[in-house]
Design a protein around this ligand. Structure first.
Ligand code: TPP
Ligand code: MG
Length: 636
């Protein structure tokens, strides 16, 4: 049972409120309302339930806490400072400023104790589902090593966002009983009361998803503690606790209204609030010794457990993830098939590698052979069936990767990468090494037609910073792509794969450099660069040109980002200075100007027909590439 609520708890929560008001006031911007409303919830969680050790923020068996309502970042920063993470009062004073470790919204890797970046509503609660599934998997696959819970504070916006519907439905289906969501049910969003736009019965909705649902007064700490305890005792379902709170609690003029959400309260309102809360009005960032002592004591609650854990398990329980040796690819095959072989190879050597798909596993080739599905009755199943929920899938997969100890791949058709995009972007921002597998990568998929044929997708993925986008040309390049993606720990990778067969023409060693000459010329007059299924088109164009006496170097550029990380000297061997370049890729040409003076591509939607016909009709042909090359050769 929770410890008795000690006498200075009220002082403690008001100190949190004071810090939130003062930090937002000092920054001149920010969100005071949520931290003021949720201070009681955070207090109960950090002082009575959460398993954490501020001196060891990376302790693998810590509870995970996700502030899904990331705009309430000051709540998290206040708790991290108060409980003793490596964060000072001065860090709170520089909230939202250049170079501070207290950015506007939480970002992992910047602030110790922050598990993930939040702010895009819905992502936090959905990613936490992945953390909970990773914990369950590891608890069952390495008994004794992992035994923790995942807690989330989510807001109205989090629950309204579609992604939370996908992820919460899946969490219910999976019966993730160690997941507890504390819902800040304050009935206020930016535009005003939630009654403007939100009237479903969220409790019934979550119950229908298979969740355990409770409702309590969110500013009544005993009620919150009892509800959390009850949630812990539920062992067959995830739990949500709707905590009725008042946004901007303590602010006489703005509390309970949307004006407390996202702006400094203003000097006079802060004074009035401090008066109401019994805080000194002549001090800012006030943290009395007795409050600090309470929190530092709370922060030490699990330190013995953490020490025992390290004594037993050592410092580096992280597994490695490896791809087996390159197999023979004797015949043409679709790169999605080569990718499926890579997934099988990784899974064979890495017990905590999991793979999943949004209801297209047979098509995208994401299934691990001879492995059961992940489920409550089979928590070490390594195939994750997400249903038709791409956005939720991508966030959940991020959560598994953020948790540590596991590596997770997930896939769908490339055209539906748009449905995953906000989570891909967040993975990149979080330096999360997620693996996104996207097949059916162009008009080469043929008869399904333009709804299913990606056009702008590869280029728009390349536009996301810190995402490595691989579009391999054949089996060997696919192997190289998987090897590089697995080795990458500083960010996510996307693998863009064909539905149709492609000839074997690549070099796995050179492909690992991101770009290389598949046909070299000592003194090229032109460079033809392609990716994926269009490298063969560039090679055929080079033959046409060779027959006419023109020396064309052909470059395969499976990963722009990796290629850009190579030395200038190497890059100059691939794209020799002042030799004109023609690109060919069955997608939008916007962006190819980075390398090429002329581009063969597709700047409109596709059509429903066999692939060969589409390539011909849309002019993505060796002849078209040769035409552009001749034009450039004659004008240079
Ligand atoms: C995906 C997304 N859309 C929009 C926003 C902008 N935004 C920030 S908070 C918020 C809603 C605020 O309401 P709620 O989630 O209930 O938080 P509260 O004001 O109660 O703290 C919105 C729309 C966002 N952060 N993320
Ligand atoms: Mg709200």
């Amino acid at each position: 049972m929770p410890n008795a609520i000690v006498a200075n708890d009220q002082l403690c929560v008001n100190v949190i409120r004071g810090l939130a008001m003062d930090a937002v006031e000092a920054a001149g911007s920010g969100h005071p309302g949520m931290p003021m409303g949720c201070a009681d919830i955070a207090h109960v969680l950090w002082t009575q339930f959460l398993k954490y050790d501020p001196r060891s923020p990376e302790w693998p068996d810590r509870d995970r806490f996700v502030l899904s309502a990331g705009h309430g970042s000051m709540l998290l920063y206040a708790m991290l400072y108060l409980t003793g993470y490596d964060l000072s009062l001065d860090d709170l004073r520089s909230f939202r400023q250049w170079g501070s470790i207290t950015p506007g919204h939480p970002e992992n890797g910047i602030t110790p104790g922050v598990e993930m970046a939040t702010g895009p509503l819905g992502q936090g609660v959905s990613t936490a589902v992945g953390m909970a599934v990773a914990e369950r998997f590891l608890r069952h696959s390495a008994p004794g090593m992992y035994d923790h819970r995942t807690y989330v504070i989510a807001s109205d916006g989090d629950l309204m966002e579609g992604i939370s519907h996908e992820a919460c439905a899946w969490a219910g289906h999976q019966a993730l009983d160690r997941l507890t969501v504390l819902y800040d049910d304050n009935r206020i969003t930016i535009d005003g009361p939630t009654s403007l736009a939100y009237s479903e019965d969220w409790g019934q909705r979550m119950e229908a998803y298979g969740w355990h649902v409770q409702k309590c007064e969110g500013n009544d700490r005993r009620a919150v503690a009892d509800a959390i305890q009850a949630a812990i005792e539920v062992t067959d379902r995830p739990s949500i606790i709707g905590c009725r709170t008042t946004i901007g609690y303590g602010s006489p003029g703005k509390g309970g209204t949307s004006s407390a959400h996202g702006a400094a309260l203003g000097a006079s309102e802060v004074l009035a609030a401090k008066e109401q809360l019994g805080l000194p009005t002549d001090l800012t960032f006030w943290v009395p010794v007795e409050a600090l002592e309470t929190y530092r004591k709370a922060g030490a609650r699990s330190s013995n457990e953490r020490e025992e854990w390290y004594a037993r398990w050592g410092d580096s329980p992280s597994p490695t993830f490896q791809l087996g040796p390159l197999p023979e690819f004797p015949k043409p095959e679709a790169t999605r098939n080569s990718s499926g072989k890579a997934i099988a190879s990784i899974a064979a050597g890495s017990e905590t590698f999991v793979s999943g798909c949004a209801d297209l596993a047979e098509s995208v080739k994401t299934n691990i052979p001879n492995e059961p599905a992940q489920s409550a009755s089979n928590p070490t199943g390594r195939n994750l069936f997400y249903g038709v929920r791409e956005h939720g899938m991508a966030a959940i997969s991020n959560g598994i990767n953020l948790h540590g100890g596991m590596r997770s791949a997930c896939g769908t058709f490339l055209v539906f990468s748009d449905y995953c995009r906000p989570s891909i972007r967040l993975a990149a921002l979080m330096h999360c090494p997620s693996l996104f597998v996207f097949s059916h990568d162009s008009i080469g998929l043929g008869e399904d037609g333009p709804t299913h044929q990606p056009v702008e997708h590869v280029m728009s993925l390349r536009a996301i910073p810190n995402l490595d986008v691989w579009r391999p040309a054949d089996g060997a390049e696919t192997w190289a792509a998987w090897g590089a993606a697995l080795a990458r720990v500083t960010g996510p990778s996307a693998l863009v794969l064909t539905r149709q067969s492609v000839p074997q023409l690549g070099d796995p060693t050179k492909a690992a450099l991101g770009g290389y000459a598949v046909r070299s010329e000592e003194r090229p007059q032109i460079v033809l660069v392609g990716t994926g299924s269009e490298v063969q088109v560039a090679l055929r164009a080079a033959e046409i040109l060779a027959a006419e006496g023109h020396a064309a170097q052909v470059v395969s550029l499976p990963c722009w980002e990796v290629f850009e990380r190579q030395s200038p000297e190497y890059k100059a061997t691939v794209f020799p200075e002042s030799v004109p370049i023609v690109s060919v890729e069955a997608g939008t040409t916007l962006g190819w100007q980075k390398y090429a003076r002329a581009s063969v591509g597709l700047d409109h939607f596709g059509a429903s027909a066999p692939a060969e016909r589409l390539y011909r009709e849309f002019g993505i042909t060796a002849e078209a590439v040769a035409d552009q090359a001749r034009r450039l050769i004659s004008s240079s």
